[in-house]
Design a binder for this molecule. Structure first.
Ligand code: 48H
Length: 262
């Protein structure tokens, strides 16, 4: 039995974390937000061999998936999203034709586990507070500890470079809003700015989501609820097929664009 030394524990954690942090100062894709769409995007990009990190403000990964509908911890996935549940090995029960009920704890934890094992690097407790904008578009993220943000401390952030950035911050579309705050009406929506989400209409919201997954500004892509909110489409309530499918779709889009750039 090794005699445990507290200082070795400290050194191990600090050294390994710092190595990860330094490693990801340069990456292929950065993802803002660790809800289901961001995790799924990270899974597919990592699986395709891209160096990809996800930055999540909170302690826990999973965003709005944990809570199900109004704290009843079940979510619904429609027929189109069922194959993604199957790929991750998430169990589901057909409640009525085309409506699959999923335990939200199983789905959130399994998405996270499979994505990290596929190679997605997750940095939790960090907030994207700005982006790196250069002549050719978005070049990276500007980060600070969420605890600094929460305490309102005046502490400057640090920057990491990425070839592409995915806004998966959900309803508030935080990353895209940063871009419009800095540059004005420059993003590719009907109004040139964030249009805001419409009222609940699951069928229309889910029907629109994939066409809303776009490169909203050079190097910046939107997915998940952020895609609908940026383009002015409705919300969908606790139906999560579109979150999974848009995560997969944005990963494909980013991968294709990165290939074409090289
Ligand atoms: C770091 C940030 C920042 C920041 C926010 O809301 P999410 O779960 O996002 P999606 O789009 O994957 O899923 C949406 C879904 O959960 C949902 O809300 C649905 C389907 N609603 C429909 C309806 O009608 O209500 O996750 C976003 C994550 C959260 O964990 C935030 O903490 C995080 O992004 N985040 N992380 N830096 N600046 N802003």
């Amino acid at each position: 039995m090794v005699k445990l030394d507290d200082i070795t524990v400290t050194k191990g954690i600090v050294k390994e974390y710092m190595e990860d942090l330094l490693d990801y100062t340069d990456m292929d894709v950065a993802i803002g937000g660790g809800g289901p769409s961001g995790i799924v995007a990270g899974y597919y990009l990592a699986k395709a061999g891209y160096k990809v990190a996800l930055f999540e403000r909170k302690l826990s990964i999973g965003g709005g998936m944990w809570g199900g509908g109004m704290m009843f911890n079940k979510v619904v996935v429609q027929e189109e999203g069922k194959r993604i549940l199957d790929e991750f090995g998430i169990r589901s029960k057909e409640y009525e034709e085309g409506y699959y009920i999923v335990d939200s704890i199983e789905s959130t934890s399994t998405l996270t586990s499979k994505a990290t094992q596929a190679g997605l690097k997750i940095f939790n407790l960090m907030s994207i507070e700005d982006v790196l904008i250069r002549e050719n578009g978005i070049n990276g993220v500007v980060l600070n500890w969420s605890s600094v943000e929460m305490a309102g401390l005046h502490i400057d952030p640090l920057t990491m470079r990425s070839k592409a950035l995915i806004d998966a911050t959900g309803h508030p579309t935080e990353v895209t809003k940063i871009v419009t705050e800095k540059l004005g009406r420059k993003i590719k929506t009907q109004t040139g700015t964030v249009m805001g989400e419409g009222s609940m209409w699951a069928d229309r919201a889910e029907g629109n989501i994939l066409k809303n997954v776009t490169e909203i500004y050079p190097g910046l892509y939107v997915t998940g609820m952020a895609a609908n909110a940026v383009h002015g489409s409705p919300r969908m309530g606790p139906i999560f097929g579109g979150m999974l499918l848009s995560g997969e779709y944005v990963a494909k889009k980013v991968a294709k664009d990165l290939e074409n750039r090289e």
